[in-house]
Design a binder for this molecule. Structure first.
Ligand code: ADP
Length: 540
């Protein structure tokens, strides 16, 4: 027997409609790519998204067409995002930091029809336009005054383009499982793979991250959404914010410490989210200027392991709750967050700070477990570690136009991460499975050694890789970028690590480099490092 409840498809426009109707006055503030701060509201966002949908209709865009965006977080990008989805097309966010070959591959693989592009990224797109064979029109996210001369086919200034239509448009309706958005993972090995979100998965994920023990946004909040819309779905903030009726601040291209601070302060931001590198920039700026963060009450850090010193600085020096999160593009992307819970309230401050180093617990709608190499379940004892598998309504079951089985036979997605889960449900990532170091039959966590090493004065960045060893099969090599002017030695760094990590985890050597290579999403390219050091031989 079926229930007698209404058929209400979970379409992304329902969130926008809700925000505009119930919190229409709530502001959307953008540091524009052109320079000045621009202000609009949730009501404007809806009205202008409807214009985008209508203008796309006039361009002949059909259900399921891929419409690309290469843009910073701005209100215009949000309008394009909701307009594309509300028209039934698929919003394909492009990461401008990818290599030209990757962008070429992605745009052609997705067969993008129209592309929205920010002024900043026009040189990238102009250089590749002849290779983007399916793209017939470019909409430049600016107004007539700032529109440059360009060789892009069909180029038009966004404000002129939507200015030609009104907002009298009905969102399209279709099944909630219809594709809404496409985002390619950076593909450290092989070609990038397209993660295809549905309307339903996006709406549910927006609600997932809005739970009180996750980001817990309310209509009182002011959110600075730093995590890019072009990387991992902006951690679902684009949905969570209109659903909550919060005020949203978009940093545009200003990702440096000073620009971020300015917005935190002038807009009285209460909550924000970004990867650790952005926070390093902010913390450095705060230290140099002696400025404080009086309005901010929580900061979400994820995308890469949050260094312990960052947790202490935010919590102890600035009185801001740090929430360490983990996830991946394939999970829409939030998989876990390290909010304290009832059972941890009896822990002392030091133990709580230590617990925050873990990647946290799964919210409702994300299931996780760890398994051994044969797929056997491992206990949640905090010490057994294995492959981290996940399940949920916003977790991928396949990749766009790739015909391969992605899930295990019993329906789990293998994240490629190695983790422990403790009895309270807190998960800790120890490594990527391809970066794990196997020494004498035991596993060494490269992430944990890196976390400790960056706490050493004089160390800017650290990476640990496993290299062949005649006796132990593999041993860790620590690779370090020194602070400018620092002459810290290998011995001094090893002495610093001594006692902070297990004896047999101690790197066999330290090598110094000027730069550690990163992927387009800011992760250390361990494959490249292993290649650079392939002829290195341990002395011991
Ligand atoms: P890409 O592969 O495109 O960079 P993602 O951003 O989806 O894509 O990367 C997801 C991976 O990032 C995770 O599987 C995990 O290895 C790593 N990661 C994300 N958050 C954390 C974190 N808090 N700590 C450690 N690793 C993390």
């Amino acid at each position: 027997m079926l229930g007698l409840m209404q058929d209400y498809p979970l379409l992304t426009n329902t969130i926008l409609d809700h925000g505009a109707l119930n919190h229409g006055e709530r502001e959307l503030v953008t540091r524009s790519v052109e320079g000045p701060i621009r202000r609009s509201t949730l009501a404007d966002l809806r009205s202008r998204s409807l214009k985008v949908a209508k203008a796309l209709e006039l361009e002949g865009v059909k259900l399921g067409d891929r419409i690309a965006t290469m843009a910073w977080n701005t209100e215009r990008h949000m309008e394009a995002w909701f307009g594309i989805m509300g028209n039934g097309a698929i919003c394909h966010t492009l990461n401008p930091r990818l290599f030209a070959e990757q962008l070429d591959y992605i745009v052609n693989h997705a067969e993008d029809d129209i592309m929205f592009v920010d002024l900043t990224f026009m040189p990238i797109v102009e250089a590749l336009k002849d290779r983007f064979s399916t793209v017939r029109k470019y909409i430049v996210l600016t107004d007539a005054e700032h529109m440059p001369e360009t060789s892009l086919p069909g180029a038009v200034a966004y404000e002129d383009w939507i200015g030609a239509v009104d907002d009298d448009f009905q969102w399209k309706t279709f099944d909630e499982n219809t594709a809404a958005a496409l985002c390619y993972t950076s593909g450290t090995t092989g070609n990038p793979k397209g993660v295809l979100y549905s309307h339903r998965s996006n709406v549910l994920h927006g609600l997932t991250v809005n739970q009180p023990d996750v980001f817990g946004l309310t209509s009182e909040d002011v959110i600075l959404a730093i995590v890019p819309m072009f990387h991992a779905n902006a951690w679902a903030l684009t949905y969570a914010v209109p659903a909550a009726g919060a005020k949203m601040i978009m940093p545009g291209a200003g990702m440096d410490g000073e620009s971020i601070y300015e917005l935190l302060d002038s807009e009285k931001v209460t909550a924000t989210a970004a990867v650790p590198t952005v926070w390093l920039g902010l913390l450095q700026y705060l230290e140099e200027t002696g400025k404080k963060l009086p309005y901010l009450n929580r900061v979400v850090v994820g995308g890469a392991a949050c260094p312990p010193m960052m947790i202490r600085k935010f919590e102890l020096d600035y009185g801001v709750e740090l929430i360490h999160g983990w996830g991946m593009t394939e999970m829409s992307p939030v998989g876990s967050v390290g909010k304290m819970k009832h059972a941890t309230s009896s822990l002392d401050r030091e133990a709580q700070l230590k617990l925050k180093e873990k990647q946290g617990r799964s919210p409702y709608m994300v299931e996780m477990k760890i398994v051994d190499d044969d797929g056997g379940d491992l206990p949640r004892d905090g010490s057994s570690f294995g492959h981290l598998l996940v399940k949920g309504p916003a977790v991928s079951k396949g990749y766009y136009r790739i015909d391969e089985q992605v899930l295990t036979d019993d329906g789990w997605f293998d994240t490629g991460d190695i983790a422990t889960i403790d009895p309270l449900g807190f998960m800790q990532i120890t490594d990527r499975d391809k970066d794990v170091i196997k020494s004498g039959g035991e596993w060494i966590s490269s992430i944990e050694i890196e976390n400790v090493a960056v706490g050493c004065q004089g160390v800017t960045e650290a990476a640990v890789i496993g290299l062949p060893h005649p006796k132990w099969s593999e041993r860790p090599l620590l690779i370090v970028v020194r602070d400018p002017g620092s002459e810290i030695s290998a011995e001094e760094i090893l002495a610093y690590l001594d006692g902070k990590i297990a004896k047999w985890w101690m790197p066999d050597d330290v090598q110094f480099v000027d730069e550690i290579p990163h992927t387009a999403t800011g992760k250390i390219q361990k494959m490249d490092l292993r290649d650079t050091f392939k002829d290195y031989v341990f002395k011991t």
